[in-house]
Ligand binder design. Structure first.
Ligand code: NAD
Ligand code: LMR
Length: 338
C-alpha cells in the first residue's frame, strides 16, 4: 500500500513539484505523430513540463505549423517541427524519451485490433528509426493495438541489437486515469487521492482494473463491481461512440501520456518511488508482455511489480484475458518477423 499511496501522492503533487524542479530542464523528448489529435494536445502539455529542454515534433505532415504555434508559448522548452520521413532521423537524434501516438484511430464498430493492418507497419518503421538514431531512449507506445504494437517494437529492437526490455512501454495510463476518475465519482472521494492499479493489456477484456486494491480502500457490491469493471474496459469505446466517427480519446489520452512521460523523466532523473502501471516485458504471468505497476528509474522500468492479491472475481477475468492477450502478442511478433 505504500506503493499505491506514493503513486496517488505523486500524481496529486505534480503541480507543486513542477514549481520545485523548474530549473532542472535537461531532457530531449520526441513525439512521433505530433500533428494528430493526441499529438497536438500532448505536445502542449509537454511544452509546459520544466524537465523538458527540447521537444521535437515529428509527423508526416503538419508539424511546422504545430511547432510554430507552440513555440510562442512562454515556457522554457524549445520546440522544433520535423515533417516527412526524410526528417525522422534528425527528430530522433539525442532523444531521451520517444513518445509514439502515430497511426489511425478507431471509428464506431471497430475493435483496436482492426487498426493492426495500418498501425503495425507505422510502429515498425518508426521503431527502426529509433533503433538507428537514439537506441538508448525510453519509448512510450500509444498507437493501437498496444497489445500488439509493443511486441512489434520489441522484435524490431531485438533485430537491430538495441533491445532493452526496461525501455519499451505500452502506455496504459489512460486506463488508470479513467479508473481513478470513475471510482472517485462513484464513491465521493477526492480524485487526487485515488489510485487504482490496472493490469493486463489495453483492449476490452484484457483491461483488468484491480478494484480490490484501490487506494483508499473502497467497497463495491457484486453488481456495482461488475458495472464499474465493464465501464472501465469499455471506456475507450464510450468516447469512440460519443465522437461518432471523428476518432477516439485524444484529450484524456494526452493528459495520461503527459503523466506517463513525466513519470519516465522523473525516473531517469533518479527520483525515488516513481510508479506507473504500464504494459511491459514481464515475467509476472506466463505471457511475455503484461501490464502491472512498474517502478521507474534511471534505467527505465527498474522493477516490474507482481499483480498482488486478487479476489476470485479478478482471478476469473485474469483467466479469461490471458488467451486473448496471448493472441495479440503472437500476432505482433509474427508480423515483425515475417
Ligand atoms: P489522429 O489521426 O488524430 O493522429 C494520428 C497522427 O499520426 C496524424 O497526425 C498522422 O499524420 C500521424 N501519422 C500517420 N502515419 C504516420 C507515420 N508513419 N509517421 C508519423 N506520423 C504518422 O489519431 P489520434 O486520435 O491521435 O490517435 C493516434 C493513435 O493513438 C491511434 O492508433 C489510437 O488508437 C491510439 N490511442 C491509444 C490510446 C491508449 O490508451 N494507448 C488512447 C487513445 C488513442
Ligand atoms: C482508448 O482507450 O481510448 C484508446 O485505446 C482509443 C480507443 O480506440 O478506444
Amino acid at each position: 500500500s505504500s506503493v499505491r499511496r506514493s503513486t496517488a501522492k505523486a500524481a496529486a503533487t505534480t503541480t507543486r513539484r513542477r514549481v520545485a524542479t523548474a530549473t532542472t530542464s535537461e531532457y530531449k523528448v520526441a513525439v512521433l505523430g505530433a500533428a494528430g489529435g493526441i499529438g497536438q494536445s500532448l505536445s502542449l502539455l509537454l511544452k509546459m513540463n520544466p524537465m523538458i529542454a527540447q521537444l521535437n515534433l515529428y509527423d508526416i505532415q503538419g508539424t511546422p505549423g504545430v511547432a510554430a504555434d507552440l513555440s510562442h508559448t512562454n515556457t522554457q522548452t524549445k520546440v522544433t517541427g520535423y515533417a516527412g520521413a526524410d526528417s525522422l532521423a534528425d527528430a530522433l537524434k539525442g532523444c531521451d524519451l520517444v513518445i509514439i501516438p502515430a497511426g489511425v484511430p478507431r471509428k464506431p464498430g471497430m475493435t483496436r485490433d482492426d487498426l493492426f493492418e495500418i498501425n503495425a507497419g507505422i510502429v515498425k518503421t518508426l521503431c527502426e528509426a529509433v533503433a538507428a538514431n537514439c537506441p538508448g531512449a525510453l519509448v512510450n507506445i500509444i498507437s493501437n493495438p498496444v497489445n500488439s504494437t509493443v511486441p512489434i517494437a520489441a522484435e524490431v529492437f531485438k533485430k537491430a541489437g538495441t533491445y532493452d526490455p526496461k525501455k519499451v512501454f505500452g502506455v496504459t495510463t489512460l486506463d488508470v486515469v479513467r479508473s481513478n476518475t470513475f471510482v472517485a465519482e462513484a464513491k465521493g472521494l477526492d480524485v487526487n487521492d485515488v489510485d487504482i492499479p490496472v493490469v493486463g493489456g489495453h483492449a476490452g477484456i484484457t483491461i483488468l482494473p484491480l478494484l480490490s486494491q484501490s487506494y483508499p480502500a473502497t467497497k463495491f457490491d457484486a453488481d456495482e463491481l461488475e458495472a464499474m469493471t465493464v465501464r472501465i474496459q469499455n471506456a475507450g469505446t464510450e468516447v469512440v461512440e460519443a465522437k461518432a466517427g471523428a476518432g477516439s480519446a485524444t484529450l484524456s489520452m494526452a493528459y495520461a501520456a503527459a503523466r506517463m512521460a513525466e513519470a519516465c523523466l522523473r525516473g531517469l532523473s533518479g527520483e525515488a518511488d516513481v510508479y506507473e502501471c504500464s504494459y511491459v516485458a514481464s515475467s509476472v504471468t506466463e505471457l511475455p508482455f503484461f501490464a502491472t505497476k512498474v517502478r521507474l528509474g534511471p534505467g527505465g522500468a527498474e522493477e516490474v511489480l507482481p499483480v498482488g492479491d486478487l479476489t476470485e472475481y479478478e482471478k476469473g477475468w485474469l483467466e479469461k484475458l490471458i488467451p486473448e492477450l496471448k493472441g495479440s502478442i503472437d500476432k505482433g511478433i509474427a508480423f515483425a518477423n515475417k
